[in-house]
Design a binder for this molecule. Structure first.
Ligand code: PGA
Length: 251
C-alpha cells in the first residue's frame, strides 16, 4: 500500500549537459519499473532542462533545497513556487549536509516544509543522527527532536505531501550502510512517533526512506524490511546503471 520511492540526490555534481544526458540514459532503464516512484534531484541550474528531458517518462524531479518565502529581497534564495515553475514535483529539505554546513535547523526545515507543501510540492524531509550521537545512545532522542521540530504544526492532510528520509550521518558517503536491522529499528521508531504525534493512519501511509551508502548490492536487504519504503541515494545515483539497478530492487 505504500508505493516505494527511489530518489537520487545528485548533490553538487553535473553540468546541465551531463544532467540531461544522465536522465536520458536512465529513462529507458527504468521504463518498466512498475510500482515504484522514481525521483532525481539535480542542481538548481539543471532543473528546468532536466524537466524537459523527463517529460513523458516516469521520472519525477526534485530540488535539493528551497526557501520559505514566496518572493522578496532574499538574495540567492529560491522559492518553492519557482521550483514548481521549473518542473519539480518534490524538494529535499533538511539534508544532513545542509544541517552540518549551512546552518539548517529544525526551525528552518519546518518553515521550508510548510512553504513547499503550500506551493504544491512534496517534501522529502531528512533526519539522522551523527556517529557520536549513535555511540552515546542518543539516536532515538535526536530523531525524535528532529521529527518533532521539522514537522511541527503539519495537518493530517499535509502528510499526503511528505516523505521522510532517515539518513544516519555516519552512513552518508562513507560506504558504511546501516545494517538492515539497524535501519528497520529506526524506521519503526519514526513510524510509531508519527502515530503518537499525528495519527495512526498518517503513520501507516507515510513513506519512510533510508539513505546512506545505498548501492545495488544492499538495496534488496534494506527494502525487504517492512518499514523501509524506499531509498535516498547519493553516490550511486550519479550513474544511470547503478541507479536503475537500485530502482529495480524488486526485480
Ligand atoms: P550516499 O548519500 O548514498 O552517497 O551515502 C546519500 C545522501 O546523502 O542522500
Amino acid at each position: 500500500m505504500r508505493i516505494p520511492v527511489i530518489a537520487g540526490n545528485w548533490k553538487l555534481f553535473k553540468t546541465i549537459h551531463e544532467s540531461v544526458a544522465l536522465v536520458q540514459e536512465l529513462a529507458p532503464l527504468v521504463a518498466n519499473s512498475t510500482g515504484v516512484e522514481i525521483v532525481v534531484a539535480p542542481v538548481f541550474t539543471a532543473l528546468s532542462r532536466v524537466a524537459d528531458a523527463v517529460k513523458g517518462s516516469e521520472i519525477k524531479l526534485a530540488a535539493q533545497d528551497c526557501y520559505w518565502e514566496e518572493e522578496g529581497a532574499f538574495t540567492g534564495e529560491v522559492a518553492p513556487k519557482l521550483l514548481k515553475d521549473a518542473g519539480c514535483s518534490h524538494v529535499i529539505i533538511g539534508h544532513s549536509e545542509r544541517r552540518q554546513y549551512f546552518g539548517e535547523t529544525d526551525i528552518t526545515v519546518n518553515r521550508k516544509v510548510k512553504a513547499a507543501i503550500a506551493a504544491g510540492l512534496s517534501a522529502i524531509v531528512c533526519v539522522g543522527e551523527s556517529l557520536m550521537e549513535r555511540e552515546s545512545e542518543q539516536t532515538f532522542s535526536v530523531i525524535e527532536a528532529q521529527i518533532q521540530g521539522s514537522l511541527a504544526g503539519l495537518t493530517e492532510a499535509d502528510f499526503a505531501h511528505v516523505v521522510i528520509a532517515y539518513e544516519p550521518v555516519w552512513a552518508i558517503g562513507t560506504g558504511k550502510t546501516a545494517s538492515d536491522a539497524q535501519a528497520q529499528e529506526v524506521h519503526v521508531f519514526i513510524r510509531s512517533l508519527i502515530g503518537r504525534l499525528f495519527s495512526q493512519s498518517v503513520a501507516d501511509a507515510l513513506r519512510i526512506l533510508y539513505g546512506g551508502s545505498v548501492k545495488p548490492d544492499n538495496v534488496k536487504g534494506l527494502m525487504s524490511q517492512p518499514d523501509i519504503d524506499g531509498a535516498l541515494v547519493g553516490g550511486a545515483s550519479l550513474k544511470a546503471e547503478s541507479f536503475a539497478a537500485i530502482a529495480a530492487f524488486n526485480g
